[in-house]
Design a binder for this molecule. Structure first.
Ligand code: PLP
Length: 403
């Protein structure tokens, strides 16, 4: 008879810890900010039978559901002997030729000297920012920068200044008071607003103040630039940027991320980026998925113009009315501002009941008053679906259900 183990550690932990946790959770519920997980069975199995129409995933190019990529990954996996897991950190037993070759392919694709893989975009930003800047340095980031950059900045112990979103004059004010090595952090396409950073102006200014620019291309990868190389490529600025972060979990439909830049930067990250060093490397299956997704971009028939047409169709037909606004964006991220966490949550729920998978973003993920429906547009959406979504939002507003 196995010994009984008391898994509810009332006896070990101070009794009031659950009261503290519950109180925080109750507070979230009161503020309509409570998060709970839902199971997306459709995603796990058969995309073709989606019960809800996908207007919320980041699978902009539909690569996550691509049969062609799936079969290619499977074929690679079967052809060679690949272990189930990578067995350790890249610094110990987890480095492979597959990873090294993939990094070289990625670096060449993005016209950079070197690339280093990370297990996620979150890890890439945390690892990069926490180690390139130190306590005597300054990181200046756009006020809408992703949480992973903020966390990386905190770990670096550098001074952090925010500048007003996309405001070049305000960026210059921060540059004037910056000390030590200076870094400017922006997203080329902002994850919540879908708009773009004025990259040309930022680079001009950075050169005046000898600052290093880091661009997070998470939502531009696969969407902008030649064959989806990103917005820095589209602007022809590749050789004037200190580091770029490309993530694979959005348009590339898989998982992981890369930091690209110089060979020195790669060597430095291998030595100092803790989220690279102290974690098990991506397994072969993930690396093969990334490899095949990149190959899909470079193949002759790759074309994302249909995605851009659909985005244009959405914008042309969306009807702005009292109390809601559509943020200016030509990217797949189309955000409709509907102030109030309770209201935006209720509208998202009503849209779900009508068959649309939409995501309500509430504060503190976005500033209070800027709560929104974050609609994302994909190659697997059709004009008809987009039209139906627009009509459904219209009806909610007209009947007062969305008020
Ligand atoms: N950077 C930006 C701008 C993002 O939107 C995200 C995703 O939420 C990340 C980084 C993190 O990427 P990942 O999901 O691969 O961790």
């Amino acid at each position: 008879m196995p010994p009984t183990v008391d898994i509810f550690p009332d006896k070990v932990l101070p009794n009031n810890i659950y009261d503290v946790l519950n109180e925080a959770l109750e507070q979230r519920k009161k503020e309509s900010l409570y998060r709970s997980l839902r199971v997306n069975d459709d995603f796990a199995s058969d995309f073709a039978s989606d019960k809800l129409i996908d207007f919320c995933s980041n699978d902009y190019l539909s690569f996550a559901r691509s049969e062609k990529i799936k079969q290619k990954v499977r074929a690679f996996f079967q052809k060679e002997f690949y272990a189930n897991g990578s067995t350790g950190s890249r610094c110990i037993s987890g480095n492979t030729l597959l990873a090294e070759n993939l990094e070289q392919q990625i670096a060449a694709f993005h016209n950079a000297e070197a690339a280093l893989l990370f297990n996620s975009g979150y890890d890439a930003n945390v690892g990069l920012f926490s180690c390139v800047a130190g306590e005597n340095d300054t990181i200046i980031s756009d006020e809408l920068i992703h949480a992973s950059v903020i966390d990386g900045c905190r770990l670096s112990r550098a001074t952090r200044y925010k500048f007003l979103h996309n405001d070049i004059a305000n960026l210059e004010e921060q540059l004037k008071r910056a000390r030590g090595n200076i870094f400017i952090a922006v997203e080329s396409v902002y994850s919540m607003d879908g708009d773009m950073a004025p990259i040309n102006d930022i680079i001009e200014l950075s050169e005046k103040y000898n600052a290093n620019v880091i661009v997070d291309e998470a939502h531009a990868t696969g969407v902008f630039g030649v064959q989806g190389r990103g917005l820095v490529n589209a602007a022809g600025l590749e050789d004037r940027i200190f580091a770029r972060v490309h993530t694979f979990g959005k348009a590339l439909g898989c998982h992981g991320a890369t930091v690209i830049g110089s060979q020195v930067l790669r060597d430095y990250l291998i030595n100092f980026a803790r989220s690279f060093i102290f974690t098990t490397a991506l397994p072969a299956h993930s690396l093969l998925a990334i490899k095949c997704a990149y190959e899909q971009l470079t193949e002759g028939d790759f074309d994302n113009t249909a995605l851009h047409s659909l985005i244009g169709f959405f914008r042309k037909n969306f009807r702005v009315c009292d109390g809601i606004t559509l943020i200016d964006s030509v990217s797949p991220v189309q955000s409709i501002i509907i102030p109030g966490s309770e209201r935006v949550g209720r509208i998202a729920e009503l849209l779900k009941q009508r068959g649309f998978d939409v995501y309500a973003v509430r504060s503190p993920s976005v500033p209070a008053g800027k709560e929104r429906l974050r609609i994302s547009i994909h190659l697997h959406n059709t004009n008809e679906q987009v039209n139906e979504l627009i009509q459904a939002i219209d009806t909610l507003m007209d009947t007062g259900d969305g008020v």
